[in-house]
Design a protein around this ligand. Structure first.
Ligand code: LLP
Length: 441
């Protein structure tokens, strides 16, 4: 055999396996099992840095509260704390998780449209920085509990600014008829005016300002700008009519995440700069003090850093339709089922392998193992030819997947691994069968 016969022919390209955080995804799947949520913490930290450098450091008197509903486990709360950001929580579970890892309570705010007394009680007793009030009844509960504890609780009132954001209807939250927030009407006798007067009279409530959030997975910064413009009008009315000075404005989150790593990501500043420019201009125009500005991004911080690994269980070829069934699905990612969310997948063994197209219009659907026809991950996937046992990765699946996972069909909750600089760390174990039944009597 001469040496040239050992040289690979230039016509056979070398496979290009998918790595995430410097770790080969095939190895992650083999070591930790699938489905598997994998987060590149380097990418999460880069987003936190971008928030600090292009928002907090660029604009005075600003802060970020990561919306933990997008993804929260203990290690994520620790990371956010180390990165110098605060946390937005909406439930006993999210607040408890944060407190368990020693998250500074003053950097936590509690949101939510139907807070229970227990939730408000833990928030007040643990000393959370702010409670965002969504209903007039909450005022009395917060006041009672703050009185019991002998404290004055800082609050903001959430308003629905009447903005129909460009996104899926289920995740648009700023319309006038939204279930969230107080209607944006500051006239005498309105819900907002009454709540404001109540809190201004109370010894145990410190009303600091207003909150709005127009929706999620936004790509048009104008959605937030319109929400802010309306909210500043309210700030002016509250000052003129009731002498109330808004010291804080929370503008919510919503910045969108892109489908795969080759698409340029949304810049934080493309959302925050237009909002801050408007704020400065309008405050000057209306002769208002510039309030502290808080934002609450969730998806943008985490989604593109996360991928989900699945193993192909089987492939079913029907006329013009091929089902690629994987060992997860709507129980670990219900987002297609709920919002027809679009995803892209790659075969981890070779991300450059040519897309398989038999040329007869066959559609390839990636489906899960749950007992529903709507259990779809990607309706019309573009992938190389796959076989049972192959591992695929779903890009941009870090947000609202683990956090919205369910126990449907009694599937075990997948594990979570953090990767960075070639190292992998298990941060949440796959749910065991014993754990699945441990609370059952
Ligand atoms: N602030 C408030 C008050 C919110 O309601 C939300 C999201 C956020 C901040 C964070 O929004 P983000 O920056 O993550 O877009 N399950 C849906 C998304 C629901 C968002 C709910 N609220 C999904 O999977 O797309």
């Amino acid at each position: 055999m001469n040496s040239s016969s050992l040289t690979p022919s230039s016509s056979i390209p070398t496979p290009h396996p998918l790595t995430w955080g410097g770790v080969e995804c095939q190895n992650l799947a083999d070591e930790f099992g699938t489905p598997l949520y994998v987060f590149d913490t380097g990418k999460i930290k880069a987003r936190c840095r971008e928030l600090r450098e292009t928002f907090i450091d660029r604009w005075p008197n600003t802060a970020v509260r990561y919306a933990s509903k997008a993804f929260l486990i203990k290690e994520m709360a620790r990371l956010i704390n180390r990165e110098g950001l605060g946390l937005d929580v909406v439930s006993l579970g999210e607040l408890y998780t944060a407190l368990q890892v020693g998250f500074p309570p003053e950097d936590i705010e509690m949101n939510g449209n139907a807070k229970s007394r227990d939730e408000i009680s833990l928030a007040v007793s643990s000393g959370v920085g702010r409670i965002i009030v969504d209903h007039p009844d909450e005022l009395r509960t917060i006041e009672d509990l703050a009185r019991e504890k002998g404290v004055k609780q800082k609050i903001l009132i959430r308003v629905a600014p009447g903005v129909d954001a460009h996104t899926h209807a289920y995740i648009a939250t700023g319309k006038t008829d939204s279930k969230f927030g107080f209607p944006a009407d500051a006239s005498e006798g309105s819900m907002l005016a009454e709540a404001l007067k109540y809190s201004m009279r109370s010894e145990h409530l410190e009303m600091t300002g207003l909150h709005f959030h127009v929706g999620s997975q936004l790509f048009d910064p104008d959605d937030n700008v319109r929400g802010l413009a309306k909210t500043i009008e309210l700030v002016k009315e509250l000052k003129d009519s009731f002498g109330f000075v808004t010291r804080e404005l929370n503008c919510g989150g919503g910045f969108g995440a892109v489908i795969n790593p080759s698409v340029p990501p949304v810049k934080c500043a493309s959302f925050t700069d237009p909002m801050m420019n408007l704020l400065y201009a309008d405050c000057k125009r209306y002769d208002l003090e510039i309030p502290r500005v808080i934002i609450e991004p969730g998806r943008w911080v985490i989604s593109e850093a996360g991928i989900t690994l699945y193993r192909v269980e089987n492939i079913k070829e029907l006329p013009k339709l091929t089902y690629i069934a994987v060992n997860g699905g709507m129980a670990d990612n219900p987002r297609y089922a709920l919002y027809q969310a679009e995803y892209e997948a790659v075969a981890v063994k070779d991300i450059d392998a040519p897309i398989y197209d038999p040329g007869d219009g066959t559609k390839f659907s990636i489906v899960g193992k749950c007992c529903e026809s709507g259990d779809i991950l990607i309706d019309d996937a573009k992938l190389p030819k796959l076989s049972a046992g192959d591992v695929i990765a779903l890009y941009n699946s870090g947000a609202y997947t683990f956090s919205m996972s369910s126990r449907y069909n009694r599937l075990q909750r997948p594990a979570v691994v953090f990767v960075e600089n070639g190292e992998a760390k298990l941060v949440s174990k796959r749910q065991s069968l014993e754990d699945m039944i441990k609370d059952e009597i």
